[in-house]
Design a protein around this ligand. Sequence first.
Ligand code: APR
Length: 316
Amino acid sequence: MHHTTSGRKKIAVIGGGNIGGELAALIARKELADVALLDIPEKEGLCKGKALDLMQNGTLLGWDCTITGTGNWADTAGSSVVIITAGVPRKPGMSRDDLLSINLKIMRSVAENIKTHCPDAFVIVISNPLDAMVYECAKVTGFPKNRVAGMAGVLDSARFQLFLAQEMGVSIKDVKAMVLGGHGDTMVPVTSYCTVNGIPVKQFISPERLASICARTAGGGGEIVKLMGTSAYYAPATAAVVMAESFLSDQKRLVPAAVFCNGEYGITDLYIGLPCVIGKGGVEKVLEITLTEDEKAQLAKSVAAVRELVDASARL
Ligand code: APR
């Protein structure tokens, strides 16, 4: 039998670097979709090589997806989901915001191509500075805002949950916690809703320890950059796959993600991390939850920081 096209869905992964490669590996291992792994023409060989290595890995692991490495946008056509990792990662000492001008240029060209080649896709942005990049992506593609979202909250919450579980010496499976706001130093680990199997963590962790865990969470990306000399990629890839899978399988996961605000929490015309429901309609709902006065103040501060970045982007 000879198959020219598969009946499987397709995910386009833009940027074949560390996160892109891990995304392709994970998507295939879960047999979620075929993958088009795209980079700039100079890096086409890298994408083709990773695709071959991964397909050979699939022979051993026994999955059936097709991964295509490419430098040609035509190969992304028909994708149900596009995940954008294109850009330069943070180097030690560099803040996410330092990346703005470099990655903004890249995002503009990537978004133009998505508009042309994947006009119906659900778009998940990973490139940093996240909140400004996702805003720009929605602006340039002109897609409905519920079809463009940013991956940050799922990752930041995973970091928060890990540190909480370690502090208490309990399984990560029983810890639930969310991080809202911008994907930067001003992110808001929401302590009022952290629980271990429904029990507020405040019954187990002192306010001082909790504050230090929140601070470590906010610096969680930087901690890894300092150790590795580049930014994290395993957990960022998995976090984006959580969102992609919720869309493709209409799971309606309730997750924090960078979503477009149209008055929610008093925020307008901005992408920022809020709890939302992701299903076949993309971001189907943004949930307005009750926050403490302190959390509201932290969110307002984060909104101001993100707005500053978006304003700076508009001038670049
Ligand atoms: N089109 C497609 N790919 C591009 C483009 C473009 N216009 N410009 C750059 N790229 C590619 C690079 O060639 C590189 O292979 O994006 C890839 C990024 O890979 P890495 O440098 O390994 O970076 P990674 O760690 O994967 O992070 C990607 O996600 O978390 C963020 O801050 C991080 O913005 C960075 C992004």
